[in-house]
Design a protein around this ligand. Structure first.
Ligand SMILES: [Fe+2]
Length: 434
């Protein structure tokens, strides 16, 4: 099966490259931050976090660890949730003026992504869109290496500690785009599940569906052998399509999400489930960071671009706000009903890893099997039942699709050709689920 999916064809890629940070995982490992920074010879750290975490216990642990290692540091915390170009450029100024030889980020995806992008613009100043890909950006390569970055996630979803992408809201365009380069992958990830012990249920759910969707998108993505060969091997992107290595990490992440998502959301005292979700998020990050996501993430950016007046339980963020994981999963069942025809066996395998138990299902049932299992998990965790519950209706479909069609690379990574009309049809089918 895997061999067939990855069968090279004329002029297509026949090689993949896997990039990973050095990974440390376990309860209490935030205490190792200072020793690990010292081992890299770092003497002055830019410590990135957000205003909610700044005075909390996890940042305090990292600060103490740095002090014990004799490392100087300064804190940057002007980062909005669902970060934007303003946060990045303020962070870049902080980097440019602070004489730092390394960065530690402590937070969710917004904090880690801001640190990644701030290093780029702090060291290599440019117009903001220069390093973003077309059609919105110039696609210029980042000119050289960055500083060492140790990333410490505080939620079990983003996987950003293991990826070469940063998702940034561009305020002038009022939506999010992906900055991607092998150079922005953190050098080390310190993944401490203690950080998730006190997270509210809805944050565990939203971030958990983000990890679930990373894994299933990665597993069902277009094969790397369906992308073109690269001229310069050192410029091969990590977002290169599904490959045998990303399959391995995505499969285990799906098994974890299938077994532990409901438990981790609905019982804050279930440490086993929450530890497993943290491991699953990191695995899914290592998976999609080496393959890329596809339509669920592409369509999520249309949703957050055009969201109406809306707030979300358990998030202390002003309207309009829809957390990333919810914006991703709301359209996912309708998307997989569409994409399954492009790679039905892989959709069935992914659904079964997620606990669908549909071993006898035929290829023509693949989309329904994936959608059914996702909807089941959404119901068990009190998620919105489609984009209708996020305030969207039929009148929004054309604008949603027009926004999403700009996410060129993610759309091209889908296992099935997808045009503007297809995206309109998917949004219409995602308003609510029976
Ligand atoms: Fe995501």
């Amino acid at each position: 099966m895997a061999c067939q999916y990855f069968q090279p064809c004329d002029q297509s890629a026949d090689t993949f490259t896997i990039g990973l940070p050095k990974l440390t995982f376990g309860r209490g490992c935030l205490n190792e931050a200072g020793a690990r920074a010292a081992a890299r010879g770092l003497s002055r750290i830019a410590l990135f976090t957000d205003p909610f975490l700044k005075n909390g216990p996890y940042v305090a642990i990292v600060q103490k660890s740095l002090q014990q290692a004799g490392i100087d540091f300064a804190i940057f915390s002007e980062i909005r949730i669902e970060t934007d170009d303003t946060s990045v450029m303020n962070g870049a100024k902080f980097i440019a003026e602070g004489n730092f030889d390394g960065v530690i980020s402590v937070g969710g995806g917004s904090v880690m992504d801001t640190a990644k992008a701030a290093l780029v613009y702090g060291l290599y100043p440019a117009d903001f869109l220069d390093y973003f890909g077309p059609p919105i950006g110039q696609g210029k390569p980042i000119p050289g290496p960055l500083r060492p970055h140790l990333a410490c996630p505080t939620t079990s979803g983003t996987g950003s500690e293991c990826t070469s992408v940063a998702v940034i809201r561009i305020n002038d365009l009022n939506t999010k785009f992906v900055l991607g380069s092998p150079l922005i992958m953190p050098d080390e990830a310190l993944v401490d599940p203690t950080c998730c012990d006190s997270l509210p249920a809805n944050i565990v759910a939203s971030t958990g569906f983000d990890l679930l969707s990373h894994a299933i998108e990665c597993y069902t993505a277009k094969a790397y052998t369906r992308w073109g060969k690269v001229d310069d091997p050192l410029k091969r992107p990590y977002l290169q399509g599904a490959n045998p290595w990303s399959d391995m990490a995505a499969t285990r992440a799906l098994e974890i999400a299938g077994e532990f998502l409901e438990r981790g959301v609905n019982d804050a005292s279930d440490k086993e489930a929450r530890d497993q979700l943290m491991w699953g998020a990191t695995l899914a990050g290592m998976a999609f960071g080496n393959s890329g996501t596809h339509l669920p993430h592409a369509l999520s950016y249309g949703v957050t671009h055009l969201m109406h007046d809306i707030t979300t339980r358990d998030y202390e963020v002003e309207s309009p706000f829809i957390p990333h994981g919810i914006s991703v999963i709301a359209s996912a069942p309708a998307i997989f009903r569409y994409t399954a025809a492009g790679a039905p066996e892989r959709h069935l395998e992914a659904a079964n890893s997620l606990g669908a138990n549909a071993w006898d299902a035929g290829n023509d049932e693949a989309g329904e099997v994936v959608a059914g299992r996702i909807i089941e998990l959404m119901k068990k965790t009190a998620m919105p039942n489609g984009i209708g519950d996020l305030g969207f209706g039929g009148a929004d479909i054309k604008r949603l699709a027009a926004s999403t069609i700009r996410q060129v690379r993610a759309i091209a990574n889908a296992p099935r050709e997808t045009n503007l009309q297809d995206i309109e049809n998917i949004y219409a089918a995602a308003i609510n689920y029976a």
